[in-house]
Design a protein around this ligand. Sequence first.
Ligand SMILES: [Zn+2]
Length: 44
Amino acid sequence: MQTKSLCPECKKVIDTIVYEEDGKVLLEKVCPEHGTFKDVYWSP
Ligand SMILES: [Zn+2]
């Protein structure tokens, strides 16, 4: 799933990929200026 979120560095709206791995929902945020950020979106 693809969504939008804010870059933690520049606070711009950037493309974010939401995916599941090992039962956790992870976010991969891709900022053209600051690169890729990974975040846990939800865990049980
Ligand atoms: Zn950024």
